[in-house]
Design a protein around this ligand. Structure first.
Ligand code: OSB
Ligand code: MG
Length: 371
């Protein structure tokens, strides 16, 4: 397998409903689609960096720069086409994990398509259906939040995550729990609290939450450990987990009991795999986080979430929860109550629709190796 050509497009898709977190409110999603061509086949990857450096220090523009000026030239210069080789070679560059993951994902899709296998088989996934979940943003009012949770439950979702921030935490949990006493419920702070908020966070123990995700900023592993000591609910880290090393440090320090794995945040499937296996050996469950991906990134996440230690429901919902017109066919849908089937065609197993990609594109660039 030699990579003949790589194409990158910057896309923007409007959300069906705004998505608000402790970072602010978003009405659309800007992201990069990466295509790698070889022998008449095309592998697709999605880079989950966002327009602004809020969740992560990377942005769509830094990722574009790193891909264009460092990672794509590396593929052509070294002739790397195997995703594992690419992951190793790309390791000479620091950080920029979302950029690396976008290209590595395209290579995994391409490799699976070359073999004619669903990506899940290449990863050694053990299930053909994953447990889905919805991440609910902050709404204008608590009744609107409760109504939105209700509509997702009606659609068949069984695990709900709500975004929290100071002033929208205990009240939001109380209202959702009162309306739906038995659902699987968890919360995500995206790092907006500090140890000074310990009493508020401890009050969340009353709501029988599956977990509390990332209460403190990414680098505060020590503070997370101080909070976990005094809280019954398991803490789960998202933004803090950037690699196997940070996962190991977090578990050694007892900063969390559960880990959210996002393939983009950790730099690609190779690193994802190391964290997954390490947690498995330690008896620590992981689950697959989401970044409001288009169907390309979400199909990738379905294959990833088929691995054995993805034990808790994923932040993986149907296409229509995010976008009116997803860029793939068929759309991702619930296959049963709270479940989504892992596509079983070759590679990611869904078909990106070129016409829709073009329509959503802000710009495209094509790269070829030097002949
Ligand atoms: O913290 O999990 C997060 C979306 C963008 C950035 C960060 C997060 C999220 C979500 C959405 O919670 C999860 C999804 O894709 O459904
Ligand atoms: Mg999160």
């Amino acid at each position: 397998m030699t990579i003949e050509r790589i194409e990158m497009s910057l896309l923007r898709l409007p959300f069906v409903h705004f998505f608000e977190t402790s970072f602010g409110r978003a009405h659309d999603r800007t992201f990069i689609v990466i295509k790698a061509f070889s022998g008449g086949l095309c592998g697709y990857g999605e880079c989950v960096a966002e327009e602004a450096p809020l969740y992560s220090g990377e942005t769509t523009e830094t990722a574009w720069h790193i891909l264009k000026d460092f990672l794509i030239p590396l593929v052509f210069r070294q002739g790397v086409a195997e995703p594992g080789d690419f992951a190793r070679e790309a390791g000479i560059f620091r950080g920029n994990r979302m950029a690396k993951a976008g290209l590595e994902l395209a290579l995994w899709d391409l490799k699976a398509k070359t073999l004619g296998w669903p990506l899940r088989r290449l990863y050694g996934g053990v299930r053909d259906e994953v447990e889905a979940g919805v991440s609910c943003g902050i709404e204008n009012s608590i009744p609107e939040l409760v109504a939105r949770v209700g509509s997702y439950l009606e659609q068949g979702y069984r695990r709900i995550k709500i975004k929290i921030k100071p002033g929208w935490d205990v009240k939001a949990c109380e209202a959702v729990r009162r309306a739906y006493p038995d659902i699987m419920l968890q919360v995500d702070a995206n790092g907006c609290y500090s140890l000074a908020d310990k009493e508020t966070l401890k009050a969340l123990d009353a709501f029988r939450l599956l977990l509390v995700e990332q209460p403190f900023p990414p680098y505060d592993l020590w503070d997370h450990a101080q909070l976990q000591k005094d809280m019954a609910t398991p803490l789960c880290l998202d933004e803090s987990i950037l690699s196997l090393d940070t996962a190991r440090a977090a578990l050694e320090m007892r900063s969390c009991r559960i880990i959210n794995i996002k393939v983009g945040r950790v730099g690609g499937p190779a690193e994802m795999r190391k964290i997954h296996d390490f947690c498995d050996e330690r008896g620590v469950p992981v689950w697959c986080g989401g970044m409001l991906e288009s169907g390309i990134g979400r199909a990738h996440n379905l294959h990833i979430a088929s691995l054995s230690n993805f034990k808790l429901p994923a932040d993986l919902s149907a296409s229509c929860r995010y976008y009116k017109e997803d860029i793939i066919e068929p759309f991702i849908e619930l296959s049963g109550p709270g479940k989504i089937r892992v596509p079983d065609g070759p590679g990611i197993g869904v078909n990106p629709v070129e016409e829709r990609i073009r329509k959503a594109s802000l710009r495209t660039e094509v790269f070829r190796g030097q002949p």
